[in-house]
Design a protein around this ligand. Structure first.
Ligand SMILES: [Cu+2]
Length: 460
């Protein structure tokens, strides 16, 4: 298909990123008014420069769309998303329904990329802080971005063009067995692209029908002018503020798998993250390190509702910068602090070692893609020359993804979307709190107890 996008690459010289000072909200300020009349006419510039308000999108995943005998109706996600200066596309809240007949359960608070740190490591040693060091805009998206499974979400208020694609994708088989056939899964994906000079960063947030969330950052575009062949690291530094049911009472845990090579057994340990205090830890491939955010609620079987962070990993990058010395960090949320969102400030943030148990906590995690330039990235001497010495580069590096999955643990009482044999119906007015379990339509002798997810859990 012919691309109707605006000229890129060959027909437009793409400027390399130029290092700029940190420009967060500089320039915002008040103007001294000469008279009451003048004062009335002054429009405070904060209004014009503020990021647009969050927008909402909802996706339902009805059970019936893949057949089966399931008495429940299906699941749904409600997602609030926004775009912001030094944030790109990010999530400002996400709620999940385990059953279309249930109320929303809060899962995510603010989840976003906090930094895109790209150090070059062969000759130039250039180090780009692509999110906080520049004021890069979101790219326009068009029908060809959305493809067959997608649509363009409306432009944010004040924007003249759309920047976010919404897709509902098939994600393959999620279970298959002898008794009940097969179930294919689907996911709501919203994504946009940050125009980072010669590069383009795809920011993608996936919300699976089974309650999982996938965070992805894709790097594509033109290799750095003057350093086309220099290897570098694309470090995506995520800030994940989970608000699991009651976000003021979440705890961070670490799962470690410890093998004993001398024997057939192994230990699986669940421990408080960093002994229960703010700090950073490392991913150990031999221990299958998994960070868990646990709520203070239990499901209908009495098991703690939690989310596990699963890495999608090429490796663990380490650089001279101190904030790259650990793979995972956990802090207390401090929205009142000015440097609260600066990933490179993490080593300072954790110094007071606040407790991270039964608190409003933030999980920080780095996902890295090592970019060893290859011929598939593009070709010199192919496009037009715009200045003497221009290498006439043409082409685009194929996207490299990194990221994480957040997978629920005990959010359901049983396999989602599985056509369990229907049980006896709950008599009307029988009392109890049936939504404590995700089986609202059947009677249950189980005690839901005060810790179970209440039926009236609502978005905050
Ligand atoms: Cu690259």
């Amino acid at each position: 298909m012919h691309r109707h996008s605006r000229p890129t690459g060959a027909s437009r010289p793409i400027l390399a990123r130029v290092m700029l000072p940190l420009v967060v909200a500089a320039g915002i300020g008040t103007v001294a008014a000469a008279s009451p009349r003048a004062e009335a006419q002054i429009t405070f510039s904060r209004t014009a420069r503020a990021d647009p308000a969050s927008q909402e999108t909802i996706a339902e995943f009805p059970v019936g769309e893949s057949g089966g005998l399931e008495p429940r109706k299906g699941t749904a996600w409600k997602v609030h998303y926004a775009r912001g200066l030094h944030k790109g596309l990010y999530i400002t809240g996400a709620w999940y329904r385990r059953n279309l007949e249930e109320d929303w359960i809060k899962i995510l608070g603010e989840v976003r990329v906090a930094e895109l740190f790209v150090p070059y490591h062969h000759s130039s040693y250039i180090r780009y802080f692509d999110l906080t060091g520049f004021s890069f805009p979101m790219a326009q998206v068009r029908e060809e971005d959305a493809g067959a499974t997608g649509m363009l979400l409306p432009p944010f208020p004040g924007d003249s063009y759309p920047t976010v694609v919404r897709e509902v994708r098939d994600r393959g088989v999620v279970w298959k067995d002898y008794a009940h056939g097969v179930r294919r899964g689907r996911e709501l994906v919203i994504w946009g692209a940050l125009e980072a000079g010669n590069y383009m960063y795809l920011m993608s947030y996936g919300f699976h029908d089974d309650g999982a969330v996938s965070l992805r950052l894709g790097s594509t575009g033109q290799n750095l002018p003057g350093h086309r062949g220099e290897a570098h690291m694309h470090n995506t530094h995520w800030r994940i503020d989970m608000d699991l049911i009651d976000g003021r009472r979440n705890s961070a845990m670490v799962m470690r798998h410890v093998e004993d090579p001398a024997g057939p057994g192994a230990e699986d340990l669940e421990e408080p993250f960093n002994r229960g205090f703010e700090g950073g830890i490392d991913w150990d491939p031999r221990e299958f390190t998994m960070v868990r955010i646990a709520s203070d609620r239990k499901n209908g079987r009495g098991d703690t509702i939690a989310y596990d962070l699963h890495p999608l990993r090429m490796g663990s990058s380490r650089h001279k910068e101190e904030f790259t010395r650990h793979d995972f960090w956990v802090t207390r949320a401090h929205p009142e602090r000015p440097l609260e969102n600066i990933f490179s400030n993490l080593p300072n943030m954790v110094k007071d070692e606040e407790t991270i148990e039964l608190a409003d906590i933030v999980l920080w995690a780095t996902s890295s893609a090592h970019h060893e330039p290859r011929d598939e990235d593009g070709k010199p001497g192919s496009g037009p020359k715009f200045w003497p010495g221009d290498d006439a580069w043409e082409g685009s590096a194929l996207v490299m993804w990194s990221g994480y999955d957040l997978r629920p643990r005990n959010l359901f009482d049983r396999t989602p979307f599985y056509p369990y044999t229907p049980g006896p119906q709950v008599a009307a007015g029988a009392g109890g709190t049936p939504a404590a379990t995700d089986e609202p339509r059947r009677s249950s002798a189980r005690s839901s107890g005060p810790e179970a997810v209440p039926a009236d859990e609502r978005p905050r």
